[in-house]
Design a protein. Structure first.
Length: 650
């Protein structure tokens, strides 16, 4: 029977308090650091006691997914371990899987879904100031992901979600060093009110408890005499899901971080404490925790998800039972048997002697060698059915799991169609990953408002994005960011070669370009070259709109493209209420681009010589004087077509 918080706090022989709110740690007096820490730890002990079955289930999932028997994250506990828990779980016998279908499916999903790296873009309303802030914030967020090495951590959180059903990443500005920290939080470290977590996915109180060496905390808080004394006298941690007698916990203590969301928009509370003393106690003004949550399978009315291991654990165990039976059958029945005729004058040892030995034999009846069948075809089919059912439940196709690299699809069209089918099966997982990355983006900006760090924008050149250039003090004014794919270009060498062949066949690139980019093939560099004229004009226009500084058009760029882009931006900015001084800069840029176009346009031949140009001369549609180059008709005010640069698409 679950133990309530009130009954856990009550002392024997004393009447229980009729006001449960007084027993909640977030209602403790603000002036008493000892009282709030004591109540927080009592709350954690109570809910940890209820969560023992879930803790051991998570350890079981870890064992089957990894093949390892122990995980140090489950070794410790805040409260004393109940005797019946020790008696029950300590007797559990476990062996690593012989045929780990779970691990195979986990590898496929890790590569197929959880290594996607969407690009976050902030999308505000049509206000000019917010649009300018959103562009800068998008760059800053990209740089923060790079500096904090978040993509590797996101992949690890994905592994946690597949294993336990829920993965967590905490993003917060540390009060110790005024920097943004992004740390993976194990699901076992997150404590909730279990009765609340089982009926809603929006809990309002949560705690993170970690087990640290006492000296590590003293290094961080040793300058505070009260905190130093509290850390030294903090009780040691108890044993958790570790049932040996050789684990020393004398120097391991519990650091607990509790968060409560206030009701009706009122501030909540955030407490960082060791048992007996609050190291930090402050108001929590956000309407969410500093945790981004990644679910594998959403469970209705539950704050935690269901993992891949929990979904198919019964089938995986049946595979193990079958493989164990097969091993036993092979060991017992697959050795050859020999039918020795009665009365044969041959020693028994001669039948089992050296390989290809000679057996002296006399008589009319010869011995018969029998090779028993250890496993029937029907039994093998049963195993294949079990494996197929596991893959179907998880959404893994036979091709993804078993086809060797040498026989995989090479055609670009076939690859695209197969990827579409695979992505359709994992839409839910991809949506959860996108939601998770969005939450991280919001938490990053909230931490940036506090810490105000500069970040390095990734790319071919280093670019420092300073927080001081971003005018924002409340991320809610911008809404939520939207994830977009970084690139649709193929990633493997074989698929990129197929893309190059397709471009050449379609006439997008010429033979020289094909030969050049086939060496790597570095299609990203090629796309940078192709898009350089448009990117240059885009950068100039954006700089004028954002800063109010004029940038003249580049005469060596694509003037027609720059002219069209500037006109389009002018119309968009005018509709969105951009200040007039920025619109004037765009008009100046458009006018200057038009002048460059007119200067580069040759006069018609008829105006120069008073005659009609013959077929094939520039200025009329037809063959030009340059072999293999077609020049369209140009008139006054029209841009002269630029000749294609060597190696670039014509």
């Amino acid at each position: 029977m679950p133990v309530s918080i009130e009954s856990a706090d009550a002392k024997p022989g004393k009447r229980q308090d009729r006001n449960p709110a007084k027993k909640r740690w977030y209602n403790a007096p603000w002036t008493n650091k000892e009282d709030v820490a004591r109540q927080l730890f009592e709350w954690v002990r109570t809910n940890e006691l209820i969560s023992w079955p879930r803790r051991f289930a998570n350890l079981t999932f870890y064992r089957y997914m990894t093949g390892r028997p122990v995980n140090p994250a489950f070794h410790y506990a805040v409260g004393a371990r109940p005797g019946n828990i020790s008696a029950y779980y300590s007797r559990v016998q476990w062996q690593p899987p012989i045929l780990n279908v779970l691990g195979q499916c986990d590898d496929v999903l890790a590569n197929r879904v959880y290594r996607q790296r969407p690009f976050l873009q902030w999308t505000p309303d049509d206000s000019f100031n917010q649009r300018a802030t959103a562009k800068l914030l998008t760059r800053w967020t990209d740089g923060a992901f790079n500096d904090l090495k978040l993509w590797g951590k996101i992949e690890q959180v994905g592994a946690d979600s597949r294993m336990y059903g829920t993965g967590w990443l905490k993003v917060i500005a540390s009060p110790v060093d005024d920097k943004i920290h992004a740390d993976i939080v194990q699901d076992d470290e997150v404590i909730m009110d279990e009765s609340e977590a089982n009926v809603t996915d929006q809990v309002r109180t949560i705690a993170i408890r970690v087990f640290l060496n006492r000296e590590e905390l003293l290094d961080q808080w040793g300058d505070d005499p009260e905190a130093k004394a509290a850390i030294k006298r903090a009780p040691r941690a108890n044993l958790g899901c570790y049932f040996g007698a050789d684990l020393d916990t004398s120097d391991v203590i519990v650091l607990c971080e509790g968060y409560h969301l206030g009701p009706n928009g009122k501030p909540g509370r955030a407490v960082l404490a060791v048992d007996g003393y609050a190291l930090s106690d402050k108001k929590w003004k956000r309407d969410h925790f500093p945790l981004a949550k990644l679910l594998y399978k959403r469970m209705t009315g539950s704050a935690r998800g269901q993992g891949m291991a929990e979904q198919v654990l019964g089938l995986q165990r049946e595979v193990e039972r079958f493989m164990t039976a097969v091993w036993e059958n092979v060991r017992r029945t697959s050795w050859p048997r020999i039918l020795k005729p009665v009365g044969a004058q041959v020693q028994d040892g001669a039948f089992g002697g050296k390989s290809a030995g000679i057996i002296p034999w006399s008589g009319s009846i010869e011995p018969k060698f029998i090779m028993p069948q250890a496993i029937s075809p029907d039994q093998f089919q049963y195993l294949e059915d079990l494996i197929r059912r596991i893959r179907e439940r998880i959404g893994i196709s036979d091709q993804q799991a078993t086809v060797p690299e040498s026989t995989r699809l090479r055609s670009g069209i076939a690859i695209d169609k197969q990827a579409t089918l695979d992505d359709g099966r994992h839409v839910e997982l991809s949506n959860h990953l996108e939601d998770f990355v969005e939450e991280i983006g919001v938490l990053l900006v909230e931490a940036g408002i506090e810490a105000k760090p500069s970040v390095t924008l990734p790319g071919r050149t280093r670019q420092i994005i300073k927080w001081s250039s971003i005018d924002i003090d409340d991320v809610s004014k911008l809404g939520r960011p939207k994830p977009f794919p970084v690139s649709r270009l193929s990633q493997s060498i074989a698929e990129r070669q197929d893309q190059v062949d397709a471009w050449f066949a379609q006439g997008v690139i010429n033979k020289q370009t094909k030969l050049r980019i086939e060496q790597v093939p570095d299609m990203d560099d090629f796309m940078d070259l192709v898009n350089a004229p448009g990117d240059s004009a885009e950068d100039a226009i954006e700089h004028m709109v954002m800063t109010g500084e004029y940038v003249p058009p580049e005469p060596f760029g694509d003037l027609a493209q720059s002219f069209a882009m500037a006109q389009a931006h002018y119309l968009v900015e005018k509709r969105n209420g951009t200040p007039q001084d920025r619109l004037d800069l765009l008009l100046q840029y458009i006018s200057a681009t038009q002048e460059l176009i007119e200067e580069a346009t040759p006069p018609p031949v008829s105006q120069t010589f008073g005659i009609q140009p013959p077929q094939g001369m520039p200025g009329q549609m037809g063959s030009s004087s340059m072999p293999g180059v077609e020049l369209p008709v140009t008139g006054p005010g029209q841009a002269a077509p630029a000749l294609p640069a060597p190696g670039l698409p014509s």
